[in-house]
Design a protein around this ligand. Structure first.
Ligand SMILES: Nc1ncnc2c1ncn2[C@@H]1O[C@H](COP(=O)(O)OP(=O)(O)OP(=O)(O)O)[C@@H](O)[C@H]1O
Length: 222
């Protein structure tokens, strides 16, 4: 395991205003430069934890350290792609950076090449498949030079072939670009592509480590 975690969660608790407790002294560390997955039953708090890491929700107690620029990929890409074409959407994420037009073009082209979408730069978003849309969302994060990808069930709406393509692509990106990724999933076959996994239960991590072992544990539980 790397000396320096990219993501550290220490004793984080979270409850909704209704009093329903979602995270209960939850702790985990994701090593820098690795691809980890987050598993757990429906309602176990996976999305809540990811949103706290991205500062989309405030934690109630505990500490979080995220060492790097974060890119978030939602389950439904239609919730985050806002521009009419592929190239415009990736460029849109750069509006707050002080870049010249050629620099923006170069970032967009590079990011789209990394997710194998360079040929679709002019294509309308509505004409993309679900898997292509997820890759546009990932290209947006790469163009912004994000070091850390948080992906909330990014394959939930994809067919099995696109699902495999996406998980393979993220696994390659993590290796090539020395990124760190935390990927929420219910699909145990995706564990074949990651470096490690966490199992969330009752608001805390109850098991973590080698993906193959966690896969066997969950398969034996049915
Ligand atoms: N905006 C909200 N207000 C109140 N409760 C919420 C809200 N969003 C989620 N919850 C509740 O918080 C709990 C944890 O939800 P969360 O989405 O984090 O779980 P999850 O592990 O990602 O589940 P799933 O696998 O079904 O996506 C659930 O009981 C859910 O109903």
């Amino acid at each position: 395991m790397s000396q320096h975690p990219a993501i550290t969660v220490r004793d984080v608790s979270f409850e909704w205003n209704s009093g329903s407790v979602v995270l209960n002294h939850c702790s985990l560390e994701v090593p820098a430069g690795e691809f980890w997955m987050l598993l757990g039953t429906n309602g176990s708090g996976k999305s809540t934890l990811l949103r706290i890491l991205a500062d989309l929700l405030p934690r109630k107690s505990g500490a979080v350290a995220v060492n790097g620029q974060v890119g978030f990929v939602f389950q439904n890409p239609d919730h985050q792609l806002v521009m009419p074409t592929v190239g415009a959407d990736v460029a849109f994420g750069l509006v707050e950076e002080r870049l010249t037009v050629p620099q923006v073009r170069q970032r967009v082209t590079e990011a789209l090449s990394l997710v194998n979408l360079q040929a679709l730069q002019q294509r309308p978003i509505y004409a993309l498949s679900g898997g292509q849309k997820q890759r546009v969302a990932i290209a947006g994060a790469i163009a912004r030079h994000c070091d850390i990808l948080l992906l909330d069930e990014p394959t939930a709406l994809l067919d099995p072939e696109s699902q495999t393509d996406l998980v393979q692509q993220v696994s390659e990106l993590v290796r090539q670009r020395q990124m760190t990724a935390l990927w929420v999933t219910h699909r145990l076959e995706e564990l074949d592509y990651c470096d490690g996994a966490f199992l969330l239960e009752g608001g805390r991590v109850v098991d973590s480590g080698e993906p193959e072992r966690l896969k066997r544990r969950l398969m034996s539980q049915g």
